[in-house]
Design a protein around this ligand. Structure first.
Ligand code: FES
Length: 324
């Protein structure tokens, strides 16, 4: 059967009507412009919105605004860039069918010269030189699109310095429930009780994500005579109540499982197991050191307070090996 060949060429509006051509050109420019504006949103979110900012958005709950801005900026930047390119190709680029013959690896010099001529000819046909609006908007869009990856290099620094070694626990800070933010009376804790706590803050809304990552403390009450602690560690407890950092000393997961009969705390990530009676000594798993113990006592009203900050870094051992 004979090859019917390509379908007859149908002229587009933009091919025959200069007004339609101008309109299509403006539409392409708008799409590239929107892509550039989206990249600006990404850059703004990255540079000017603090990563710890929260807003309450009904339906979605608390959202990290910075992450939202980065995601929307990147998505719309790519989307509008793609839409602009497609629209440009469909409405304005020449529709001539081109057959690309295969050649063995390196083409002959004649073919290469021919290719250069063809490219120049095609460039002339696309009229890029004349379409300065598209040229400028595309340059605007691509230029800004290339910026965010460079900006992201900022995440390589600066070094955290002392941030990883300090928490919000200070002498006199009350322990409050999490969630609930209520101070805890020592007399309210029965033997066997386990409570997750955070340091009380004057304004709860100022608590940052980075605080929540470092500050949680587990409060456990056992019978005082069950402790097998050095006098120094025993002095950091109050009437059978002992407080440990909840951040695993292996890789920083939340040590969330307490087995009341054995008095063991278990980290669900890699099964490090800590013995509460012996000051969270590691009895199984990859953790290299006990959970840091918080020195606690009660204030004149009977509420539990920290007597001093942690005397060692909380969390994974690898960033504070010097203090071991
Ligand atoms: S993070 Fe807890 S055992 Fe690995």
């Amino acid at each position: 059967m004979q090859d019917p060949g390509p379908a007859p060429h149908v002229m587009r509006n933009a091919d025959i009507d200069p007004k339609a051509e101008k309109r299509a050109e403006q539409q392409v420019a708008i799409l590239f412009g929107l892509s550039g504006v989206s990249s600006l949103l990404l850059i703004y979110s990255y540079v000017f919105i603090a990563s710890d900012v929260f807003v309450f958005i009904p339906v979605m709950g608390s959202q990290n605004v910075q992450q939202l801005g980065l995601g929307l900026g990147m998505s719309f930047s790519l989307l509008f860039l793609g839409l602009g390119a497609i629209h440009w190709a469909k409405k304005l680029m020449p529709e001539t069918e081109v057959i690309n013959h295969r050649h063995e690896f390196r083409s002959s010099d004649e073919d290469r010269d021919e290719l250069v001529k063809t490219v120049k000819h095609a460039a002339a046909e696309v009229k890029l030189g004349r379409r300065s609006l598209i040229k400028r908007s595309l340059g605007f869009s691509l230029g800004l699109f290339a910026l965010p990856p460079v900006l992201l290099l900022r995440d390589l620094g600066p070094l955290p310095k002392k941030q990883l070694e300090t928490t919000n626990w200070k002498a006199g800070t009350r322990l409050v429930t999490d969630p609930g933010n209520r101070p805890i009376l020592a007399s309210d804790l029965e033997v066997g009780a386990v409570v997750q706590t955070l340091p009380e803050m004057p304004d709860e809304t100022e608590r940052l994500l980075s605080d929540i990552a470092k500050d949680p403390v587990l409060l456990i009450r056992i019978r005082a005579e069950e402790f097998q602690l050095s006098p120094e560690k025993l002095a950091m407890t109050h009437d059978g109540i002992i407080a440990f950092s909840k951040i695993c000393s292996h890789m920083g997961c939340a040590v969330a499982l307490y087995e009341q009969t054995t008095k063991h705390l278990l980290c669900p990530c890699h099964q490090s197991t800590f013995d509460v009676t012996r000051g969270a000594k590691v009895i199984f798993g990859p953790a290299a050191r006990p959970l840091p113990q918080l020195d606690i006592t009660v204030d004149e009203e009977g509420y539990l307070i920290a007597r001093a900050p942690f005397n060692e870094s909380v969390g994974p051992s690898y960033w504070e090996r010097n203090s071991q």
